[in-house]
Design a protein around this ligand. Sequence first.
Ligand code: ZN
Length: 115
Amino acid sequence: MHELPVVLDIIRTMEEETKKRGLKKITEIDLVIGELSSIVDESVQMYFEIAAEGTPCANAKLVFDHRPAMLQCTVCKRKFPHGKDFLCPYCGGDSVLVQGTGREFYIRSYDGGQG
Ligand SMILES: [Zn+2]
């Protein structure tokens, strides 16, 4: 359910962008979603289709780019994307989550048109 405010935020941002840049409509929106952000593509898509109705975002294509959380090995200190466990792929040591990674959610880019 928390995707609805997120979707409304995207649409508001896009409306501001269309005004700033003199665009008539948005055709595609590229979103970055961290694996720990608990945002679900299908819910975003569903809310978007309803909420974008009558806005410059109507019928825009959503593209989802998933980002893994990053881990850092406590032994060799190397960083690597979270896979199936917390073991370092280089030395087999234990790793910890790199603070803040995997929680990103933002608009990376968008395409718009005049007509
Ligand atoms: Zn290691």
